[in-house]
Ligand binder design. Sequence first.
Ligand SMILES: [Zn+2]
Length: 184
Amino acid sequence: MAVLPVKCSKCGNTVNVDPEKHGLKCPSCGTWVNTAMALQKQHPKWIELLAQEKKLKEEFNRLCGYEGSYESASSRTKRILMKYKYVIIMLTVDIVCFIIRIALYGFTPPSSALEVLLIIAMLILSFAAYLLPMIIESVRERSEEINGINYAREARPKLNDKMNELQKDKEAYLKKYGQIDASQ
Ligand SMILES: [Zn+2]
């Protein structure tokens, strides 16, 4: 177990603190030595390494979020259909009404170019109003998801390297400034 030497704030005696523990009583005067506070003052470089480690761990968690966000195609389709269910119902009603009209009155071909244009404009507008937002959302979500997964795939090995390097830095620091405590 590696320990770092710090000075007791009351008697000035050197106390070996375990960086993993909250603190301990100074063996010579009994004052409580708080590990975090003592290290902050006397081993700022160590605290900096811990801060870097925390950041890397957060980044790891973020990557796990990307990797875990993969949603199967069927579950996405279902979710988007449920979100737009009223739009889909309205669209279905429209189509059914159109079919009933043809069934009742027969299909009359448009009599002028203007009428053809109006029908096309109406079709485009209803398509835009009903379906376009749904399609755009689906495509956007999918591409965000793929970007996230690709990013995670690319970033993970680099992050692993950084983490290994940091562990080595920590070990090197303990070797240089710390001592091996045989009693633990
Ligand atoms: Zn003391």
